[in-house]
Write a protein that binds this ligand. Structure first.
Ligand code: OOB
Length: 556
């Protein structure tokens, strides 16, 4: 039932690890102990706001400790995995901290994931438990969790925020605050003794994915703390800040760049919202005095358009808007300052590690037309041509990186690691970038088979492999089509077998039946009699992207 070691975790070479340690990039402290120390320093400060729920640092830390002990009592052991699929709310934060304290590894799924993704993530991570909302946006997460428990050998505990059924555990009881002060102190002492190894994984993040199925990224306490520290410094976030979480909290960006964990390590306040919808977001920003938030370009665009339409001074407290996850069009970059009246920080990051960002005092041209530079001075980057030679500044090439918070491999994925990492541990992000002479990167495009829909990454291969399960498909290719609101959407090219016809609804129903997340569903179907191929015989996706872009521009 338990796993004594994280065998599938790829570690940094010993000499490099020693160097990161000696230079202070790795502090050898766990996220749990660091946040407990902050709570000791600022017990009465407000840490977390979620609607009517307001929690001090002391209360949050006490709830996390109590929950850590209760997870142990339920049978969770250090290095056990817990698949976390919770909406943005205080429970997400308290449970994540509880896992850190107990040495249990949260696997950060998204509320939009469905049977297909959760089955894969639970089995790949060998999760012992799954934490879900009950029914959320008309979807019965609890029912699905029970089905997964019935099907997966390792998975046996369902934690539900809401009304548990069929022997599920009530998450709100797990996270309850013991009312007795002495008990709280005893728990604190008990949990302090479990402090995990700082080189052990703190959490598993999900890769954007270019392969058929998503990969898991192991983030150790040492590396994640380094990531958080560096992004906190460049966002100039301190204890006076109020950080708004509007993106799904399990994403690296709102979780740790600097995100929720950065706000907690700084002694700042975090405000949770279930969605970035502008009317509610603006009301919350005004009511709570939010100073900093993170958005994907699609959300930044909505905020800009909403503010331009309504005017008003609801955003007065907002100091910084971080924008990343996909390329922010330059015209919107300029409007963050002129319409939202805050400083834009472009963030070009990845769950696999490396974070680039513009600095708050950079010249306007850097802030508005580049995606910034690495946040940590131990980050190393190389930009290579197809033959593997470094390209000069000003010329596009493929981005490779390594550093103190960029893990050297995905979890349990040796074959895939051999393809994604070069000798010397360089991770190839699949992005095509140009480095300017001032060191800032501009993302020109990508060399990976993925669709970036409003910052959510969709693997073309994953969609295609599922479409092939539909009888009568001769050939199919999923490609990105440009979209003014979301950046990109999925367009599916399909060659039917003789005598067969398809429409978009049939394809979408088929995929929905297989249990994939809705955001991955194709939004346009192009029925064609053939698909062009490249010289080496691969489907020519570039030609397809150009074809759909041309068709869309003509139909406007
Ligand atoms: C963030 O992380 P992921 O893992 O969902 O996606 C990483 C990929 C990058 O390789 C790149 O293709 C794309 O997303 N990307 C951007 C971008 N930021 C990310 N492409 C162009 N411009 C940008 N600013 O997306 C992520 C993780 C941490 C912080 C911010 C974003």
């Amino acid at each position: 039932m338990s796993h004594s070691t994280s065998t599938g975790v790829v570690t940094w070479p010993a000499d490099i690890a020693a160097d990161y340690r000696a230079k202070g990039y790795w502090e050898d402290r766990t996220l749990g102990e660091m946040i407990s120390a902050v709570a000791d320093e600022y017990p009465d400060r407000e840490a977390l706001v979620d609607g009517d729920v307001r929690m001090s640092y002391a209360e949050l830390a006490d709830r996390a400790d109590a929950a850590a002990a209760r997870l142990r009592d339920l049978g969770f052991e250090p290095d056990d995995r817990l698949l976390v699929q919770l909406a943005n709310g205080w429970q997400f934060v308290a449970l994540t901290l509880a896992c850190f304290r107990a040495g249990v590894i949260p696997v950060m799924a998204l509320p939009s994931h469905r049977r297909y993704e959760l089955t894969h993530l639970a089995s790949l991570s060998e999760s012992r438990g799954i934490a879900v909302p009950d029914v959320l946006r008309d979807f019965d997460h609890q029912a699905l969790a029970h089905e997964l428990v019935a099907e997966l050998a390792d998975l046996d505990v369902v934690l539900v925020s809401g009304t548990p059924r069929h022997g599920a555990v009530n998450l709100d009881e797990i996270l309850a605050l013991p009312d007795d002060g002495t008990e709280r102190q005893l728990l604190r002492r008990r949990v302090d003794e479990w402090n995990p190894d700082p080189d052990a994984p703190a959490c598993f993040l999900i890769s954007g994915g270019t392969t058929g199925l998503p990969k898991l990224i192991t983030r150790t306490h040492n590396d994640y703390v380094c990531n958080i520290r560096a992004t906190t410094a460049v966002a100039e976030l301190d204890e006076n800040d109020i950080y708004l979480v509007a993106l799904p909290a399990g994403h690296n960006f709102p979780l740790a760049c600097p995100g929720i964990l950065g706000a907690l390590l700084a002694g700042a306040k975090t405000v949770m919202l279930p969605s970035p919808e502008p009317v509610r977001a603006f009301t919350t920003i005004a009511a709570e005095g939010v100073t900093i938030s993170a958005a994907v370009p699609a959300v930044a665009q909505q905020w800009i358009e909403n503010q331009a339409r309504t005017g008003g001074n609801q955003l007065e407290s907002l100091r910084v808007l971080q924008v990343g996850g996909s390329r922010l069009p330059d015209e919107y970059a300029a409007r963050v300052g002129s319409v939202l009246h805050c400083t834009l920080q472009q963030v070009f990051g990845m769950a696999e590690g490396l974070i680039n960002a513009t600095r708050l005092d950079d010249p306007t041209d850097v802030i508005c037309t580049t995606q910034g530079r690495p946040v940590c001075d131990a980050d190393e980057i190389r930009i290579l041509d197809p033959a593997g030679a470094d390209v000069p500044d000003g010329e596009p090439g493929a981005l490779y990186t390594r550093g103190p918070y960029t893990p050297r491999g995905y979890y349990n994925a040796p074959e895939h690691n051999a393809r994604s990492f070069l000798d010397g541990g360089w991770y190839g992000s699949g992005d095509v970038v140009v480095r300017r002479p001032d060191g800032n990167l501009v993302v020109h495009g990508r060399d990976k088979d993925m669709i970036n829909r409003a910052g959510e990454k969709i693997s073309a291969e994953e969609i295609e492999s599922l479409v092939y399960r539909l009888p009568g498909v001769e050939l199919t290719a999923a490609v990105a089509m440009p979209d003014p609101a979301l950046g990109e959407r999925v367009c599916l090219y399909l060659v039917p077998q003789e005598g067969r016809s398809f429409d978009l609804d049939e394809v979408r129903d088929h995929l929905t039946g297989l249990g994939i997340a809705k955001y991955k569903l194709p939004e346009r179907l192009q029925i064609v009699s053939s698909i062009p191929t490249t010289k080496v015989g691969k489907l020519d996706k570039k030609a397809l992207r150009e074809d759909i872009a041309t068709q869309l521009s003509h139909s406007q």
